[in-house]
Design a protein around this ligand. Structure first.
Ligand code: SAH
Length: 196
């Protein structure tokens, strides 16, 4: 299929911030994503106390669920509004602190300590800042990344995961000539070449 029509498309950080300001967040699922429940066992694989990463996290409710199960959750999100809404939606007290390695970045952490949300661009993160993860929930993340940044995104994600990690990836399939995205259409063949 032809993804040529989406290859050049760029959504700026400013546009994402505006979506949050306007409440233009049709991607947010109040009840979580059905595939999360379906594949949760694959993500956890019977293990407890995992470190789970949520790239481009928005205010995904699955972060709360995993924390309630005893795992530790790290997310990254460019919109401070989204991060604050996450904590207020769940009535979770939090504190915020600067991230010294990244200028302008802040980290919001639940008082209980098991949810840490970095407010910055994902491209500013590295394993020396956030460590490595046992699991990833990638929904609305790879498909939200600008097509020109996919390679960079995938390389970073590969760097952020432990050897024995599970990576759940949700994509969408549709005719990219009929909708400009995001979410963008990422063909299976491209996913294979990005992640190997
Ligand atoms: N994964 C979430 C949100 C999907 S929408 C969910 O399932 O609901 C994509 C999110 O990525 C938006 O909230 C947007 O503000 C954020 N975002 C876009 N570019 C980003 C970047 N470079 N770094 C961090 N967050 C980004």
């Amino acid at each position: 299929s032809d993804v040529g029509s989406q290859k050049e498309r760029v959504v700026t950080e400013e546009e994402w911030l505006q979506k949050w300001e306007m409440g233009n967040i049709g991607f947010h699922l109040e009840e979580g994503h059905p595939l999360f429940q379906k594949y949760l066992d694959v993500l956890l694989n019977g293990r407890s106390g995992l470190r789970i990463f949520f790239p481009l996290c928005g205010k995904a409710v699955e972060m709360k669920w995993l924390a309630d199960m005893g795992h530790s959750v790290v997310g990254v999100e460019i919109s401070e509004q989204a991060v604050k809404e996450f904590f207020s939606d769940h009535s979770l007290p939090y504190c915020e602190e600067p991230v010294h390695e990244i200028s302008g970045a802040k980290m919001f952490q639940s008082t209980s300590g098991n949810i840490s949300l970095y407010c910055c661009s994902i491209y500013d993160l590295s394993s020396s800042i956030v460590g490595k993860f046992d699991g990833v929930w990638d929904r609305g993340a790879l498909v939200a990344v600008n097509p020109c940044d996919r390679q960079r995104y995938a390389s970073l994600m590969i760097n952020l995961v432990e050897k024995n990690s599970s990576y759940l990836l949700v994509t969408v399939s549709y005719d990219p000539n009929k909708y400009k995205g995001p979410p963008f259409y990422v063909p299976e063949s491209e996913i294979k070449s990005l992640f190997g």
